[in-house]
Design a protein around this ligand. Structure first.
Ligand SMILES: Cc1ncc(C[n+]2csc(CCOP(=O)(O)OP(=O)(O)O)c2C)c(N)n1
Ligand code: SF4
Length: 248
């Protein structure tokens, strides 16, 4: 029988997922693996995982990884890339990691135009530590540190990382995607592929932001989470290509 779909060699065969039902980190780990395999760069790729549920990816992959202290992934990736330029390096970070404690590292790496690929998984909350408010938490959205919901007067407004990095001169590629439907999963895979191709060509800094769900800390089941993502998260975080210098 013809094989039409195979499991990517980038993910360990015997691992059982420890992620919650409906969590999109698992989709992301698979998509990244499929892209690395397609581009034939698995043997020279190093991931730099952030800390959080995002960092659980290191348990599943078959290729090299350095786990960075919370927020420092872009700085660590810079070190890996500059010291071994032949290595394909990407960071995989949650919103707490990339946009809160790591905001300075992220903006600085983008501003320097580091030739790295950044995968930013925005689920609007701190997942692993129990649902604290993140920079991307929506106005009115409840968090363990904002039980009455995010109040702009007290907590400010959600941060939009694609839009912020789009103010800088150096980045070459910024796109916001999601994984709520098969069509959007395919679009996300294409964006990830482009971000890696940019690095292979030496083009500079690329970031793919993926709006995802955290059913556990949103207090919703996986189906309700998809509805919340579509109706609320995507209204605050519009999908699209914010910058594509390679196209110009
Ligand atoms: C310096 C430091 N501060 C705080 C923590 C605690 N901590 C671990 S994971 C995490 C939040 C993770 O949230 P996010 O980055 O959004 O990733 P997710 O779990 O949602 O994938 C925090 C605050 C830590 N490990 N190190
Ligand atoms: S707590 Fe949230 S981010 Fe973490 S595995 Fe569960 S659903 Fe995913």
């Amino acid at each position: 029988m013809e094989k039409v779909y195979g499991r990517t060699a980038a993910i360990q065969k015997d691992m059982v997922s420890s992620l919650c039902p409906g969590c999109m980190h698992s989709t992301m780990f698979k998509l990244i693996g499929e892209v690395l395999e397609k581009l034939d760069i698995l043997s020279r790729t190093a991931s730099v995982f952030g800390i959080g549920c995002c960092g659980l990816g290191m348990q599943y992959i078959t290729y090299d990884n350095v786990t960075a202290p919370h927020g420092r992934a872009c700085a660590v990736a810079t070190g890996v890339k500059r010291s071994t330029p032949e290595t394909i390096v990407y960071t995989y970070q949650g919103d707490g990691d990339l946009a809160s404690i790591g905001l300075g590292e992220t903006i600085s790496a983008a501003n320097r135009g580091e030739n790295i690929t950044v995968i930013f998984v925005n689920n609007g909350i701190y997942g692993m530590t129990g649902g604290q408010m993140a920079p991307t938490t929506l106005v009115g959205m409840k968090a363990s540190t904002a039980p009455g919901g995010r109040n702009p007067k007290e907590h400010g407004y959600p941060l939009h990382m694609c839009e912020i990095l789009n103010q800088l001169t150096a980045p070459v590629y910024l796109e916001r995607c999601t994984c709520n439907t098969p069509a959007n999963v395919i679009k996300t895979r294409k964006a990830i592929e482009k971000a890696f191709q940019n690095q292979i060509q030496g083009a500079g800094f690329s970031m793919v932001e993926v709006v995802t769900s955290c059913p556990t800390n949103w207090g919703l089941d996986p189906i309700e989470s998809l509805k919340f993502l579509e109706e609320k998260m995507l209204t605050e975080f519009p999908l699209g290509v914010y910058r594509d210098r390679q196209e110009a």
